[in-house]
Design a protein around this ligand. Structure first.
Ligand code: NDP
Length: 328
């Protein structure tokens, strides 16, 4: 029995993709086989599919850092045939075939059972971006933040991490300020729960090491000057979760916000997060994420549409989350 997969191959430095038929012998080692229903296109998937950032470590490979589906076979304790499962990152799309195929075989260690009330499609509407947003919220809470402390800034607001972060934070009672380069998405951001929408250009240029104290906390998926300015504007004992690099990998900041304002900069890594943290994040998503808001963030495409979505991600024109229906 063959199944459909989008496969990335490399010729010289160029990476290209095509949708092909694979069979079970093409699958990699693992103790669980999953009939994949949905995957998604995150920023990291865009990097992988386009050959940027050295994400894929061996070719040919099925990209897709996320997948959700139904277990077809399992010798892994605690995971049974028929379970609905989700995998986020680990080696997917780096050294192991990922989610852009109708079938996957992988380690049971990488799987989380999808919590009620989520469907496999919801799990991919969340995907690594949404799970990273939840990890970021957990980091703010770990730093002691609560809604009464003041405004929380979300940068890269119209993107996947940003959209889910706004929905989560507003649901938890925070006053959320959304920073975006797309002010035309103001209605979308307010519908997710943003109380205020600001132009990202107010944060993206170099400025001084300390500014007026505006934010009790922030979730930043942008990095570079934006993160430096966010740190400079964070209130005494505030917390900033840094999870992304959409503007750049640099951080042209000083130590002054740390030693004069006692702020905390919390790093967020979704790829190698231990299973206990993943389980906590997924159970909090099940409790705190409004499914109606999640639906507003989501559009659905098929495997063959992925290269076009990738081009739109780099053009900055994808809003929210893109789910891939691998059976479409
Ligand atoms: P998206 O492409 O969906 O969103 C990124 C958003 O960043 C864009 O929508 C845009 O928002 C903003 N942006 C884009 N370019 C720039 C720029 N030059 N300057 C300022 N803002 C910009 O990506 P994701 O939400 O999937 O991921 C966001 C970031 O988080 C990425 O860098 C990704 O690599 C990282 N990430 C990290 C993870 C981790 O484990 N640490 C896991 C998941 C993601 P707007 O138009 O509203 O301004």
């Amino acid at each position: 029995m063959t199944f459909k997969a989008l496969v990335a191959t490399q010729t010289g430095d160029a990476v290209s993709t095509s949708v092909i038929a694979m069979d079970e012998q093409d699958l990699m080692a693992g103790d669980v086989t999953v009939a994949v229903e949905y995957s998604t296109v995150n920023y990291k998937d865009a990097l992988a599919v386009s050959g940027r950032g050295g994400i894929i470590k061996q070719f040919p490979l099925v990209p897709g850092i996320d997948l959700a589906g139904t277990v077809e076979a399992s010798s892994y304790p605690g995971i049974a045939v028929g379970d609905k499962v989700v995998a986020n990152s680990w080696g997917l799309s780096q050294t192991h075939h990922g989610g852009y195929a109708q079938k996957a075989r992988l380690s049971g260690d990488w799987l989380v059972k999808i919590p009620t009330p989520f469907s496999t499609k919801d799990a991919m509407a969340i995907g690594t971006a949404g799970y990273t947003a939840m990890l970021s919220v957990l980091a703010l809470e770990h730093g002691g933040l609560a809604p009464a402390r003041g405004d929380i800034l979300v940068t890269g607001a119209s993107g996947g991490v940003g959209s889910v972060a706004i929905a989560l934070l507003s649901g938890l009672g925070y006053r959320v300020v959304a920073s975006t380069g797309r002010l035309e998405e103001g209605d979308y951001l307010r519908a997710l729960g943003a109380a205020e929408v600001i132009d990202r250009r107010t944060l993206s240029e170099p400025s001084g090491p300390l500014g007026a104290e505006r934010w009790a906390g922030a979730i930043d998926s942008v990095g570079s000057h934006t993160l430096a300015n966010v740190l400079a504007q964070t209130q005494y004992r505030g917390v900033v979760a840094a999870c992304g690099l959409a503007q750049g990998v640099d951080l042209p900041a000083t130590v002054l916000p740390f030693i004069l304002r006692n702020i905390t900069l919390a790093g967020i890594d979704s790829v190698n997060a231990p299973q206990s943290i993943r389980l906590e994040a997924w159970s909090r998503l099940a409790r705190d994420l409004d499914l109606e808001k999640l639906g507003r963030t989501t559009s659905v495409v098929g495997l063959a549409d992925i290269p076009e979505v990738v081009a739109r991600i780099f053009a900055g024109s994808v809003r929210g989350r893109t789910v891939v229906d691998v059976n479409a």
